[in-house]
Design a protein around this ligand. Structure first.
Ligand code: COA
Length: 162
């Protein structure tokens, strides 16, 4: 076993949900060090600025000792290179995720042949969750408390426009 192995869980986490925390908890048991790497997804308009997403993620994972939260811009493979990592964690919620994840994993490996993507399945109660769905429920005044960490719930409740 490589005790210096760093696994990176990338995403936009806008906002972090209990499904993300579930994946991070599972990864923290398997890998000695896990970096949650938050970035801007070019194809999405984000509700929370990067700094707020980082802050929410830090607070939501502080009970896990081997987790670090960081942010990056640009290509994931370049970030991995910078921190000396080659393992990417991704969550697979349902078959619908597979095509996109397969494409991303192979593209990352084409960009850097050392990159390995490890897929983890969240608890089945989180398989239908997504950040957009949480935002939609919040905007339409639905109850989303059980889907997000308490800090995220509070932040969303205080957010203008929600
Ligand atoms: N629980 C709950 N929701 C989950 C989840 C889980 N376990 N896993 C995924 N999701 C949700 C996310 O919240 C997200 O919801 P949204 O679309 O409503 O925002 C959705 O599923 C898709 O998640 P994901 O695929 O992780 O998208 P992302 O935007 O969070 O992450 C990046 C994509 C950032 C990893 C990718 O765009 C990237 O690597 N960007 C850097 C640039 C780069 O290298 N590009 C080339 C890639 S080949």
């Amino acid at each position: 076993m490589n005790n210096n192995l760093i696994a990176v869980y990338p995403g936009s986490f806008d906002p972090p949900t209990n499904g993300h925390i579930d994946i991070i908890s599972r990864a923290s048991i398997i890998f000695p060090k896990v970096i949650v790497a938050i970035t801007h997804n070019q194809s999405k308009e984000h509700l929370f600025p990067l700094e707020e997403r980082v802050e929410m993620m830090k607070k939501s994972t502080r009970h896990l000792k081997n987790i670090k939260v960081d942010s990056f811009s640009g290509l994931l493979v370049n970030y991995l290179d910078k921190i000396g990592g080659f393992v990417v964690i991704r969550g697979l919620r349902a078959l619908a995720d597979f095509e996109y994840e397969f494409q991303m994993a192979l593209m990352n490996r084409t960009l850097n042949k050392k990159i390995e993507t490890v897929f983890l399945m969240p608890d089945q109660e989180y398989t239908f969750l997504s950040s957009s769905m949480i935002k939609e429920i919040a905007i339409l005044n639905g109850d989303f408390k059980k889907f997000v960490p308490p800090v995220v719930y509070k932040k969303m409740k205080n957010k203008k426009g929600i």
